[in-house]
Each structure stands twice: as C-alpha cells, then as structure tokens.
Design a protein around this ligand. Structure first.
Ligand code: CA2
Length: 147
C-alpha cells in the first residue's frame, strides 16, 4: 500500500501567486499542489492537499489525518505564531511532521520568529520559497525509505 502524506496550508496561502510576488513568488498554490502530487507519485507516495483560512478546520484536518496519513507537511501561515490549538492537534498525530515557511520568518518581524508548530514539528524548512514544499516531500520520502 502506498504511504499517504497530507499537505496542509493555512490562512491566506490561497493567495499565493496572486498578491505580493516579491515576498511569496508568482507560483499559485494550485501549481504547488500539482507539482508535489507529481513528485509524490514518482516516489510511490499518495499526496492529499488541503487549504483553509480557518483555525478550527485546520485542527479537524489534522485529527482526520491520524486515520488517513502517515506524515504531514504543514504551512500553518500566521497560525504558526499564535495557535496552541494547532500545536495540541499536532501533538496527537503520531507520524513525522514537516513545517514549511515560504519566507524566512527569522528575517522578518519579531512576532514571526516564534512558531508553536515548530515545538512539535520534526523538521522545519524556511526561506526556500515554494521549493520548500518539494524539499519537505523529498525529506519524507527518505524517512520512509529508512524506516
Ligand atoms: O512564509 C510563510 O510561508 C508564512 O507561513 C506565510 C504567512 C505568514 O503569516 C507567516 O508568518 C509566514 C502568510 C501567508 C500569506 O500568504 C500570502 C500569499 C500571497 C499573497 C498574500 C499572502
């Protein structure tokens, strides 16, 4: 059975490629999801992608992943810096979690320097642009090969 990875994106990431290209680039979230799905398929992995602007919905997607997915790639957007609820939901999930930030959050405003999600994530990729999602996926592919 192919392993399954859930790719989760939080608030405002549906605007990728549509606004602020200097900060977040000009590639849309749909492009990112399609690229990651292709890359996953090439590596014998099934990738499911979801985006929501709502904190509670992110929590519910993470709960559901407990039954459906072996690993999570998550860009929680601004909730990274504020959400104990998302941290708690991720604590319940047993598999590897990779947190991705398109921008280098450490080079930005100080309120972005702390991430609740990083307190649970096994790996964190920041500042690599949207390529960070592919790097996260390849990292999980390697983890699956090694275990
Ligand atoms: O760098 C990242 O990936 C962030 O998670 C993006 C969040 C921000 O609040 C985090 O601090 C860092 C914001 C996502 C906003 O996405 C947009 C994309 C295009 C245009 C406007 C917003």
């Amino acid at each position: 059975m192919a392993k399954k990875i859930l790719l989760l994106n939080g608030p405002n990431l549906n605007m990728l490629g549509k606004r602020d290209p200097n900060l977040y680039g000009d590639i849309t979230l749909k492009d990112v999801e399609e690229t990651c799905k292709k890359l996953a398929k090439q590596n014998g992995i099934q990738l499911e992608s979801k985006q929501t602007n709502y904190e509670g919905e992110l929590v519910e997607f993470i709960h559901a992943a407990k039954e459906t997915s072996e690993a999570i790639i998550i860009n929680p957007g601004a909730y990274s810096h504020t959400s104990v609820a998302i941290f708690d939901a991720l604590e319940i999930f047993r598999g590897p979690i990779v947190e991705v930030h398109i921008s280098n959050i450490h080079k930005r405003e100080s309120f972005r320097h702390f991430s609740y999600v990083s307190q649970r994530a096994d790996s964190v990729i920041v500042g690599c642009g949207v390529q960070g999602y592919e790097l996260a996926l390849l990292h999980l592919v390697q983890i699956f090969k090694d275990t």
